[in-house]
Ligand binder design. Sequence first.
Ligand SMILES: Nc1ncnc2c1ncn2[C@@H]1O[C@H](COP(=O)(O)OP(=O)(O)OP(=O)(O)O)[C@@H](O)[C@H]1O
Length: 530
Amino acid sequence: MEMEKASSLLFSGLHFDRKKFSRDFSKFQKNTGTEKPQSRDTAVVTAPDPGKKRKRKENSSRTCESEAVEGFSVFKTADPASSATIKRCSTQVVDGKKEINQQIEKAAILRKKHGIHVSGHNIPSPLENFEELSTRYCCESYILRNLAALGFREPTPIQRQAISVLLSDRECFACAPTGSGKTFAFVCPILMKLKSGSKNGVRAVIICPTRELAAQSTRECKKLAKGGKLKIKLMTKELSRSGDFMKMACDILVSTPRRLEYAIRKKKLDLSRVEYLVLDESDKLFELGYLTQIDFVVKACSNPSIIRSLFSATLPEAVEEHARTIMHDAVRIIVGRKNSASDLIKQKLIFAGSEKGKLLALRQSFAESLNPPILVFVQSKERAKELYKELAFDNLKVDLIHADLTQEQRDDAVDNFRAGKTWVLIATDVIARGMDFKGVNCVINYDFPESAAAYIHRIGRSGRAGRKGEAISLYTEEDAKFLRNIANVMVASGCEVPSWILALPKLRCKKHRPSRESISTGGADNDVEE
Ligand SMILES: Nc1ncnc2c1ncn2[C@@H]1O[C@H](COP(=O)(O)OP(=O)(O)OP(=O)(O)O)[C@@H](O)[C@H]1O
């Protein structure tokens, strides 16, 4: 139901005028792209389509495609009497085809090696290494320096494919495991494409579902942009209320949907020149709570040549279908198995019997081996407060984070956890998505997650960037209806699960979180805050 509404709302304001952009066809024959002449995308063998729906910068077609067209025109204008010319040309065509086939094969091998699955037309080959950013796409040296300074030696699979797709001015929707480097997969091409700073307003927008994630993405973006001229800004509460973007240098803006909408409505922010729009954690942003804001922002990004991209570790069918109908010639990228947990996480299910049993199991687990940093997820802010009170006197360095805290308190909680000052952070789902806490050893689902997606994102706070992690999920009888879904995710990652759980009935429709006995005292808790 939610997605049906999404389909009717999202992107509905966008309209592309074919006639208006028909002139662009002529541009396909000019060489103005950023990809270097010697570089070739794979599988680009057809002549450009003059009826293409939208204006595109030409570098994506400035490859074998334009060469094939040029080849034919050479053929036509050559002296027909000269058999030598004809022979030379046909040899060139055969050589060209052979080369293209070799490149297609090479790209396929590379994709197979890295578990990259793609669909769409004329998909650029994945990057073999970061050097290709400069040899193939003329990347400025400061970006390569920053990549090296960050210690990134090889692109991750999602970076290999998404970077080349976005650098070829193609829209994409991508699904890759948690902690697999999706942030740089969209940040890097944006920095490369925008090149120098401009005073003409915001040119790229990155939307994240939470303020913490927006702040983190801004920081990551700034790390890669160090030494360049681009201005990157995080939309703070203050900026959204009183900042005048018309008078401010800002090339890349990172924001939550609400703050973005607020600034646009106040007419202090014009997004009509935006060239790149990223919806990070896109499936979350497509949920009802965000939908009208996202729709409003997407309409405000009215530049017809905008490149939009969707990234997440979970991409439900409904979101995919929707993306396919509204995006233009988009490339679908899936790394590994779709909607699955990272292979690096060891997952365990523990039956705790009752709410009291859960507290006991948690204390016991801490007593046996406390290996911080540890994240403990609960289903509501009330329960976060209750659990905090229980653990605060257990001689643990424990803290909590939920949506009721001030921004300063939330920032402190995140910073202290990052700095190792907090060993155990109790959290609601407010930090379940996207947050990159390095080296989280264990995620404990104190309250069982109510969907496979929620589970994948929560446990994905550990086992990031190639490190191993652990996830423990406590459950009681109240959680029976959610068990099978989560167990299926575990089985798909190679974990053992009792067979009776897999034989439980399928979850047919979305179920509400169970009301639970209070952690500290009696009473029920029906709060559904994230
Ligand atoms: N090429 C690379 N080599 C090594 N580490 C990398 C590389 N790219 C990114 N990383 C690191 O991997 C970690 C996870 O990256 P990131 O937060 O982008 O993951 P993600 O896929 O967006 O995860 P999530 O789905 O949870 O949002 C970060 O610490 C980042 O610095």
